[in-house]
Structures are given as structure tokens and as C-alpha cells.
Design a protein around this ligand. Structure first.
Ligand SMILES: [Zn+2]
Length: 176
């Protein structure tokens, strides 16, 4: 009786395994067809979404297609959904939207805090900015401002020439 029963079980396992194999093959085929193409997949970072629910995703991911963000989700979700041309490992990093710096003073990039602890600071910057500077000074200042902002995650900013009560120079766009 036991032998017969075993034999019966063995026979019924064969179609069961073939069905399982077919399902696996179908599952693979469905995944191969459904995978979307992304140019870049940034994975593994802590993603600060700034979406309406203010989600912060540990081990998150961002898929980029062309110049647009195609999807934001967990690394597991997006790895399953996308096949990416480039994968950027963002583990131990924060991935967040660019910051906006709405208050920058032209000239301060190069001078930094030079003489900031002096009571003659206003007089010094007035001399340099309004009388002792050249267009190259302002160009270098603007370029340094741009590079430093990118380094700190700022993607939009404004710089204006001016400060205090009397140090302004707006007589030419090159000072803007
Ligand atoms: Zn200010």
C-alpha cells in the first residue's frame, strides 16, 4: 500500500514540476517585456522626495529617462521595474531636490570674510567693488559662486551687486 502510494505521488509530482517550470518561464518573460528603459538609476541612497506626503525613503531610488525623473521609489521597486544604462550607487548618501539660494551678494565670493571683523569693512568693499574692480573680477566671482553652489547642492540662485546703504553698482549688466 505504501509503495503504491509513493508511486502515485511521484507521478503527480512530474506535472506539478512542469507547471512550476512553465510559470517560472512565463514570469521571466513577463518581466523581460515589462522592464522599462531608464538612462540612469540612482539607487541605495536616502531619498528626500519632497512630495506631498514628505516621504523620506531609506534605500530609495530614482529613475531618470532623458532629462526627466521617470520614477521615485524604493531601490527594490525600481530595480525590478527598470533596466538602466547607468546605475549610480548612492549608498550612504542623501539624494534630494536641488536647493534654491535666493540671497547672494556678488563680490563676496572672492572676498569671503576678508576684513569682515573690521569696522572699515563697508569702506573696504565700497573701494573694491565700486572703484577697484574690473569685469574680470565680476566674471571670476560669478563663476566661483556657481561652482560653490553646485558643490553644496544649489541648483538655482540669484546674485546681486549691492549691500548696505551705498555700495551698489548697477550701471552695466556686467555687474549684475
Ligand atoms: Zn544680504
Amino acid at each position: 500500500m505504501k509503495i503504491l502510494h509513493r508511486s502515485h505521488d511521484r507521478n503527480s509530482l512530474i506535472p506539478a514540476f512542469s507547471l512550476f517550470g512553465t510559470l517560472l518561464a512565463l514570469h521571466g518573460a513577463v518581466h523581460a517585456v515589462a522592464a522599462e528603459r531608464a538612462d540612469i538609476l540612482i539607487t541605495g541612497g536616502t531619498v528626500i522626495t519632497m512630495d506631498q506626503d514628505r516621504r523620506v525613503l531609506d534605500n530609495g531610488a530614482i529613475a531618470i529617462v532623458g532629462k526627466r525623473i521617470a520614477a521615485v521609489g524604493t531601490a527594490a521597486e525600481l530595480r525590478a521595474r527598470f533596466r538602466a544604462g547607468q546605475v549610480i550607487d548612492a549608498r550612504r548618501k542623501v539624494v534630494m531636490p536641488g536647493l534654491i539660494d535666493g540671497h547672494g551678494h556678488a563680490g563676496h565670493e572672492l572676498l569671503k570674510t576678508l576684513a569682515a571683523d573690521s569696522d572699515k569693512w563697508d569702506w573696504i568693499v565700497e573701494r573694491i567693488y565700486a572703484h577697484g574692480s574690473t569685469p574680470d573680477f565680476w566674471k571670476a566671482d560669478a563663476m566661483l559662486a556657481g561652482l560653490e553652489r553646485l558643490k553644496f547642492g544649489v541648483t538655482s540662485s540669484v546674485n546681486f551687486f549691492g549691500g548696505g546703504d551705498n555700495v551698489y553698482r548697477v550701471d552695466d549688466p556686467k555687474y549684475g
